[in-house]
Design a protein around this ligand. Structure first.
Ligand SMILES: [Zn+2]
Length: 339
């Protein structure tokens, strides 16, 4: 048995909750800003990270959307997605379900085809190079109105085959899932999988709404479900997955200390919980750093860490045979570690 970091590194894993715009590292932000002539409020890449001290989701999102302004051409989206895939591969991530925010770009005049084209080509390349499988999740910005989301959905139908799921992100409080009921109904009719951020800063009620009104297949975050015992029982029973993001939760004050993170309790209650990085360039770590943070703070056993990796494939939108193949790789790795 090696140390925990080696164990986590060796585990085959999937990442299901990562915003590609949140993987924009300061160096690439500067390179693209210079190329595209976009002014940045920082003198050097080192200054960017210093600015990343957030007290809440709103403060983070203000900086985040400013950062996305450097993404202009299709090749920028390619470079962004390629850099993420390379880092994920280096951490033994076998499957990624990557979210993107089309409205954050189209509102600036970037064509949707350039966004999707760039992301798609880089993921195809990552599959060829690393054997990494992928899905794209198109997220609607919930602070905008539902009509804007519906128009984005309409427009994206031109690229229907490249997008697996739709999601809902951005500032949660005051923008409940119910606002997007018709959009999600339509997306389901078009054959998309559905996910939604809920219960990060918003109440447990938003998690219930996402489940009952939007009929989502997966909840992004869901931390505050713990405030509703009946909802926790329902999540354990239905096995609707939660994509938890420990370092994000700490940086945005969703948990005060990592030792307070609900993932262990949820795992022990039988919920299908997974570990993810959310916006790794902003929150101080990619997938393995997130596993390490909870493994250490919550003293997780190797079986529990292995279960989190198994859950990542179970909760994915992969086909059952692909899930089985990857889960058996996890099983083999965990049992080899015991001997
Ligand atoms: Zn997120």
């Amino acid at each position: 048995m090696g140390n925990v970091a080696t164990f986590i590194h060796g585990l085959p894993k999937a990442e299901l909750h990562v915003h590609v715009e949140g993987t924009l590292e300061p160096k690439l932000m500067f390179d693209l800003a210079a190329k595209n002539g976009v002014p940045l409020p920082y003198a050097r890449p080192e200054d960017v990270q210093k600015a990343y001290s957030f007290r809440c989701l709103r403060e983070f999102l203000d900086l985040y959307y400013q950062g996305t302004g450097v993404l202009v051409e299709e090749s920028d989206f390619f470079a962004l997605s390629q850099a993420y895939a390379k880092r994920a591969h280096a951490q033994n991530v076998r499957h990624v379900e990557v979210s993107f925010d089309p409205q954050a770009h189209t509102a600036r005049g970037v064509p949707l085809a350039a966004v999707i084209g760039g992301l798609h080509s880089a993921l195809v390349e990552a599959n060829r190079q690393y054997g990494m499988s992928w899905k794209l999740i198109m997220c609607f910005l919930r602070h905008l109105d539902a009509a804007d989301a519906m128009a984005t959905l309409d427009h994206a139908l031109e690229h229907r085959d490249l997008i697996s799921a739709v999601g809902l992100d951005s500032s949660e409080v005051g923008n409940p899932p119910s606002k997007f009921r018709q959009v999600f109904k339509r997306a389901k009719r078009e054959g998309y999988h559905t996910v939604a951020h809920a219960g990060e800063e918003g109440p447990a009620k938003y998690v219930r709404e996402a489940l009952t009104l939007l009929c989502v297949e997966r909840i992004d975050h869901g931390n505050r479900a713990t405030e509703d015992a009946a909802l926790i029982a329902q999540l354990a029973d239905s096995r609707v997955p939660l994509t938890l993001c420990p370092l994000s939760n700490l940086r945005l004050g969703v948990v005060e200390r990592m030792a307070d993170h609900p993932i262990r309790e949820m795992l022990e209650k039988g919920l299908l919980v997974t570990v993810n990085s959310d916006d790794p360039a902003y929150f101080g770590g990619y997938l393995n750093e997130n596993y390490q943070a909870v493994a250490e703070a919550l003293n997780l056993s190797r079986d529990q860490i292995g279960q989190l990796a198994r859950n990542s494939f179970l909760a994915s939108f992969l086909r059952p045979t692909e899930k089985e193949r990857l889960i058996s790789e996890v099983d083999r790795f965990v049992s080899a570690d015991r001997t």
